[in-house]
Structure formats: structure tokens, C-alpha cells
Design a protein around this ligand. Structure first.
Ligand code: MRU
Length: 353
């Protein structure tokens, strides 16, 4: 079995020469550790689309480096056209995580401020901007970890869904950042429960891999076992990530999250969403306006099985995300503090709106 110090994994970074995006191919984990070095916009688009790099913040960082690389490889005369086309194209890779659009908008704004400068300066400044997005993401995750840690006590059972760990960000993660902070602070006896997260198994393949590798007492469960686990009294708190939070606090995250929140309310278990400010979409009033990605039916019928496990011709419902109603969320842990309902006011108080 492969064990890797999760905090030494390069989820997403620029090569030392500044000429390639380096990612760990998450579709192969936990059985194979393979880093990819990508230079072409099309390959970076494919890596995001196919979830080789995934998780809202990591997607944003990858896209930012992708936009920079388009400028890096463009002849001087085509720099603007290729950079702007890459921004537009990368934005079509996935629809739900707002960090993707946030990061590309930030790169476009940086470019606007560079008009008229020499091509070499423009490339250097775009590289610096993408690197800043990555560096800030690490600090943001650490800060979310610090606020989440305040909610933890020795011996607690934490349930998480999907993967919002170090593999979903530049480092540390959001929902798993409090666990890394707890390890740092010597908080003992934490138990982490990972929902398997059908159909792409981010909980089993990625969160469980991260937590076991970090030496945490980790238990895996199928998604439909969460109610039983909560009823048994083993879950004290729930941390999940998110892909987009609306102004009213409705939060889109991996499919199945809203079911976990409904169960948590039933069993009286605190349910926290961990959200970097880049995930809060103040332009959207409620979750109804969040675009939800639907993915290929074969993820449900065939992937992971030796043989197809459903009859040919069956319809398949395969949304990648769902929206958890703000009323089910105990609090939203941001890098500036924990926001509680009413969320719009809370976001404003922290200067996030
Ligand atoms: O489809 P994925 O694997 O990109 O979905 C990831 C999630 O839903 C995460 O919980 C979310 O992006 C937050 S990552 C800090």
C-alpha cells in the first residue's frame, strides 16, 4: 500500500523553470503516484475536466497557471489573444466551482493592468499573479484549519464527505485542514469518518488515503451508512468543503452533501461548511442559481467495476454536486472566521461581501 506524507504532495504547482503545470494525477490515487507535467492549454483543460486535478481551490490554482502558461508559450505578437482565449477556454472545463472563474477573472484583471508593458514583463507579472493565488490558498487553508480547530476536542469523531483535504487545495485543504491543525497541536484521539462518495470515490480514494497516510484513526463508510453511523453516536461534528456558496449561505458541494446535512439536523450533529472566500459567490442570491455539473452516465454504471453493473438502456441520473440549504448549516468556516446565520450579514461583517 502506498503511504505518502500528504503535506508533501504537490497537488498543483508551477515547475521550477516556470514552464509547466505540475499536478499529481488524482484519478490514479491511491494505487499509483504519478505526477504530470502539462504545458498545453488543452491538456490542462482535460486534467480539470477529468478530475486529475480537482477540488474547488485546486482547480482555480491550476487554471491560473494554465492562463499564465498560454502567455508564456505565445509569440509576442499573439500574447494577448492566446492569453485571453486560454482564460475563456479553461473557464469551460467545469461549471460549478466558482474558484475556477474567480481565479481566471483575477488573471484577466492582472492582465488589464499590464497593457502596454513589454511582453517579458507581462509574462513575469502573470506568473507572479498565479503564484500569489497559490500561495494565498495555502495561507487561507491554514487559517480555516485554525478556526476549525477551535471546534474540536480530544477524542471527537469527525465525518467528512468527498475530499476537501490537501489534494483539493494547494495544501492543507479546507474540511480536513482542522485535522491537520489538530495533529500540529497534538490534539489526541481524533477519529475521522470518510464517506466513500459515489460515484467517483473521492472519500475512499483521496480523503481516506490522506488521513491514513497522516496517521489518523480513519474509518471508511459507504454513503448510505451515514445515518447508521450518526445514530450510533460516533459522529460529534461534520466538516465538508464547498464549491460555491450563495449570498444567503446555501452551499453547493459534492453530490450527497445535502443528504448528510439533513441527517445531521435529524440527529442534532453540528454541520460545518469550510469555505475560502474565493468560494463565496456574492453575485448569486441563493443556491437555486448555482449551475450544477452533470457527468457521464458511465461513472455510475461502469467505472470501478470489472463488468458493467446496470442494464444497457437504463437512464442514469448523475449530478456531481448538490446544494445544502443554509438552514441546515451550523456555520461556515472561512479564513476570516466562522460565519453563522444570517449568512449575508455575517459575510458582510467579515468584509467578504
Ligand atoms: O468533483 P470534485 O472532486 O472536484 O468535487 C470536490 C468537492 O466537492 C469538494 O468538497 C470541494 O471542491 C471543496 S475542496 C476544498
Amino acid at each position: 500500500m502506498i503511504l505518502l506524507d500528504p503535506l508533501k504532495i504537490d497537488t498543483v504547482r508551477l515547475s521550477d523553470e516556470g514552464d509547466a503545470l505540475v499536478i499529481i494525477d488524482q484519478t490514479l490515487l491511491p494505487n499509483e503516484v504519478k505526477y504530470l507535467s502539462l504545458t498545453r492549454t488543452e491538456d490542462i483543460w482535460e486534467a480539470i475536466r477529468a478530475l486529475r486535478v480537482r477540488g474547488a481551490p485546486a482547480i482555480g490554482v491550476a487554471a491560473a497557471f494554465g492562463a499564465y502558461l498560454a502567455a508564456f508559450y505565445a509569440p509576442d505578437a499573439e500574447l494577448e489573444a492566446r492569453f485571453l482565449a486560454a482564460c475563456d477556454y479553461l473557464a469551460t472545463s467545469r461549471p460549478t466551482a466558482v474558484n475556477l472563474f474567480w481565479a481566471l477573472d483575477r488573471m484577466r484583471r492582472a492582465y488589464d493592468g499590464l497593457r502596454g508593458r513589454a511582453p517579458g514583463d507581462v509574462r513575469a507579472a502573470l506568473r507572479a499573479e498565479a503564484q500569489a493565488i497559490m500561495d494565498e490558498d495555502i495561507e487561507i487553508s491554514r487559517s480555516i484549519g485554525k478556526y476549525g480547530l477551535e471546534l474540536l476536542r480530544p477524542g471527537m469523531g469527525i465525518l467528512t464527505h468527498c475530499n476537501a483535504g490537501t489534494l483539493a487545495t494547494a495544501k492543507y485543504g479546507t474540511a480536513l485542514a482542522p485535522v491537520y491543525a489538530a495533529l500540529d497541536h497534538g490534539l489526541s484521539g481524533l477519529r475521522v469518518y470518510c464517506d466513500e462518495t459515489r460515484p467517483l470515490l473521492q472519500g475512499a480514494r483521496l480523503s481516506a488515503f490522506e488521513m491514513v497516510s497522516a496517521g489518523v484513526d480513519t474509518t471508511l463508510l459507504c454513503d448510505n451508512m451515514a445515518s447508521s453511523l450518526m445514530k450510533s453516536g460516533k459522529v460529534d461534528i461534520i466538516f465538508v468543503g464547498c464549491d460555491r456558496v450563495a449570498r444567503n449561505g446555501d452551499a453547493a458541494n459534492k453530490i450527497g452533501t445535502s443528504g448528510v446535512a439533513i441527517l445531521a439536523a435529524h440527529y442534532g450533529i453540528p454541520f460545518y461548511v469550510c469555505a475560502p472566500s474565493s468560494t463565496i459567490d456574492v453575485a448569486i442570491a441563493s443556491g437555486e442559481d448555482i449551475p450544477i455539473e452533470f457527468r457521464d452516465p458511465s461513472e455510475v454504471t461502469e467505472l470501478w467495476y470489472k463488468k458493467r453493473m446496470a442494464p444497457e438502456g437504463v437512464g442514469v441520473y448523475n449530478p456531481a454536486f448538490d446544494v445544502t440549504d443554509a438552514s441546515l448549516i451550523t456555520g461556515i468556516i472561512t479564513e476570516r472566521g466562522i460565519v453563522r446565520a444570517p449568512y449575508e450579514e455575517g459575510f458582510r461583517a467579515l468584509g467578504l461581501v
